[in-house]
Write a protein that binds this ligand. Structure first.
Ligand code: ZN
Length: 193
């Protein structure tokens, strides 16, 4: 079970394990906005309903940029699970092809693992490219790679529930909700339940 944590301003912050949310409530640092009916956390003294959305009691300042390591899980999510050279999605790949991390400027030529230098690439394009720069082999990166909004990525990867999506929509509106659901469907609520 995971719980959406909102700032005191109702700004959606991140997804936390339900246990951690319960701890915040017990410590008086958060209040429950939505709970999972029928599920409880029991301690010696009290019973706390399982929270699915909590709100922090005190406003916390969140820096806009998170310096996070680029993991493949987040990299693939940022790129919509599609190869940034040929455009094929994960579901379009055949046989032994799979998604990989490609360094636009290869590590062997001084490239690094920053968000701006890595893209999702299918194994075929990655093999074709080898230790060269994209234009040296006639490839072009479809979208200029940037550091993503980490919080939005967490929502993509963790798949928020309908109730949690309601709060994201309330604060950010439909466009963000559609973006974090990868624009895969017209009605994002369908796939993030
Ligand atoms: Zn490709």
């Amino acid at each position: 079970m995971s719980c959406l944590a909102l700032n005191a301003s109702f700004e959606p912050l991140t997804i936390v394990p339900a246990r951690r949310a319960v701890r915040l409530i017990l410590d008086g640092k958060a209040e429950i906005l939505e709970k999972d009916a029928g599920k409880d956390f029991r301690s010696e003294r009290q019973v706390i309903p399982c929270p699915t959305v909590i709100r922090l009691v005190r406003y916390i300042h969140v820096p806009q940029r998170f310096k996070r390591q680029v993991t493949n899980m987040f990299l693939f999510a940022r790129d919509g699970y599609s190869c940034q050279y040929c455009g094929r999605r994960k579901s379009d790949l055949k046989g032994r092809q799979f998604l990989t991390r490609d360094h636009i400027n290869p590590l062997s030529r001084g490239g690094d693992n920053s968000w701006e230098n890595v893209v999702t690439s299918c194994s075929s394009c990655n093999n074709l490219k080898g230790d060269r720069l994209p234009w040296e082999v006639g490839l072009r990166v479809r979208t200029e790679p940037r550091e993503p909004n980490y919080v939005h990525l967490v929502w993509v990867v963790r798949k928020v529930t309908q109730t949690q999506a309601k709060y994201i929509r309330m604060f950010y509106g439909d466009r963000t909700l559609r973006r974090v659901s990868g624009g895969r469907v017209n009605n994002p609520l369908k796939i993030i339940s």
